[in-house]
Design a protein around this ligand. Structure first.
Ligand code: ZN
Ligand code: ZN
Ligand code: ZN
Length: 478
């Protein structure tokens, strides 16, 4: 549809082709645990709406905004009824130290409600996605709002696609060619799969609805979201350049949404490091911890997140399913954690969102990865950090799942297959599958079908895939 851009890769990596997982990256030299391989900002990112309610952040780079006391007030405004702890917080809020600055607050020069951390971010956004959205009026503005609401219910990735459209329209208005503008975002050849087709990946895990049903449901949602996007952003026919006409094509939109769903990475920008230079900050954080208010904050964020999740319409077999991990498990875990690590990190919630990256999105998944992403610049620019020693020629791998959640093999397998369309055959999965297979053969009767069915199927699929690969290697060797 568009020629792929020849990207200049960071020095740390070269592109390789893997037999099973498509394009990937490998290290061009050795790295020690803790080394940064490279850093890059996302091509496009989006703050989750629950996170926007919890924390004020830059519309462009996600940097936390305001002061410590505005951050406290924002979180507390999420409470249904202020509890007894509130008095301690009020005292903290009156304390001079709570005025420590996170980052400046630069409102959009055109007077919309979006705020930025710097004039640079405001200028960058205005020359891109924000310029288009900020100038929408009347019916088009209403339609954009409806598009966002619809995406919130069905798939947040639609919003990222909408932002790409807004950025490209901005470029075209400045005289850029559609092709060269779109190429920035159109970079993952194996992932440009029509969005409804992603449902087909779950084919061996079907539940009550068949894969065809899921596909049909997704096709309807995609069409509706595309119509709303057209109402919001497509210019009147007489003003429309032939360039823009190509952009408003449902197949293009569908493939862009597919690419986004398969390459998007969770972004988490911490607040606390922004305050490290403040000399009063450790005392204040210690007081917050002592009063247990950090737990209150965590439960408020979890509640905000749950409220968003409840609003969602399931679009994949895995959505809305109760896993072996619930809100109370999460709270228990956090409680234990706060005892374990007594330093003052994570009192405030991270700014959370999602985005896709020109290079990072090429790193394949592993459940025992060798790199992690860190947001060390307190913005959405991710640093790729070695989490164990990496040798020259090692393939880089990243965990697509949040491993603070205690995933079991079956859950992991199901979510990777349904969310990303692959069977993970990393060392950990194969090891666990073999172990499970041995145990299950020995004591088959002891396993309750209900809880272990998923585990059985996962182990069988993973081991089957390994057998296939052995056969494939044997056949293809000269
Ligand atoms: Zn910014
Ligand atoms: Zn604006
Ligand atoms: Zn794995």
């Amino acid at each position: 549809m568009f020629p792929l851009a020849a990207h200049q890769l960071p020095d740390a990596v070269r592109r390789i082709a893997t037999p099973t997982a498509g394009a990937s990256l490998e290290a061009t030299r050795a790295f020690r645990k803790g080394d940064i391989l490279w850093s890059e900002p996302p091509l496009m990112s989006l703050r989750h709406s629950f996170s926007q309610r919890c924390t004020d952040s830059c519309g462009q780079c996600m940097r936390p905004l305001g002061t410590l006391s505005s951050a406290l007030s924002r979180l507390l405004s999420l409470q249904d009824k202020p509890n007894a702890d509130y008095r301690i917080i009020e005292r903290l809020l009156n304390d001079k130290t709570s005025d420590s600055l996170l980052s400046k607050h630069i409102p959009c020069p055109r007077g919309c409600n979006t705020c930025f951390c710097s004039t640079q971010c405001a200028t960058e956004a205005s020359a891109s996605w924000h310029g288009t959205l900020c100038s929408l009026r009347g019916q088009q503005r209403v339609a954009w709002g409806e598009f966002v609401q619809f995406a919130m219910r069905h798939c947040e990735g639609f919003i990222l696609a909408g932002l790409v459209y807004a950025a490209v329209i901005s470029d075209i208005e400045r005289g850029c060619l559609l092709e060269s503008s779109m190429r920035r975002f159109w970079c993952f050849e194996n992932e440009q799969i029509p969005w409804p087709d992603i449902a087909r990946f779950g084919v061996d895990l079907r539940g009550e609805m068949s894969t065809q049903d899921w596909h049909a449901r997704r096709a309807v949602a995609l069409k509706e979201s595309f119509q709303l996007l057209c109402m919001a952003l497509q210019p009147e026919a007489e003003q429309q350049s032939p360039n823009v006409e190509v952009l408003f094509d449902e197949t293009l939109y569908s493939k862009l949404c597919g690419q986004i769903e398969l390459t998007t990475i969770w972004i988490s920008v911490p607040i606390t490091p922004c305050l490290r230079n403040d000399r009063m900050h450790p005392k204040l954080m210690a007081e917050i911890k002592r009063s247990g208010i950090d737990m209150l904050f965590k439960s408020l964020v979890l509640k905000a997140q749950e409220a968003d999740n409840e609003y969602r319409v399931p679009m994949r077999p895995a959505d809305g399913e109760t896993r072996s991990f619930t809100l109370s498990d999460a709270l228990d875990r956090l409680r234990n954690e706060s005892v374990k690590n007594s330093d003052h990190c994570n009192v405030f919630p991270d700014v959370q969102g999602m985005g896709f990256f020109k290079h990072i999105s090429y790193i394949n998944h592993s459940c025992c990865p060798n790199v992690v992403l860190e947001y060390r610049s307190n913005s959405n620019a991710a640093s790729v950090v070695a989490c164990r020693d990496v040798n020259d020629g090692d393939e880089l791998s990243l965990a697509y799942l949040d491993f603070t959640v205690p995933w079991r093999l079956g859950d992991r397998h199901k979510h990777l297959l349904e969310g990303y369309g692959f069977v993970c055959t990393c060392d950990r999965c194969v090891g666990e599958a073999k172990e499970f297979d041995c145990v299950a053969r020995g004591k088959k009767r002891k396993y309750e079908a209900h809880t272990r069915g998923l585990e059985f199927r996962a182990a069988r699929t993973i081991l089957g895939r390994i057998d296939d690969r052995v056969r494939f290697d044997a056949n293809s060797s000269p």
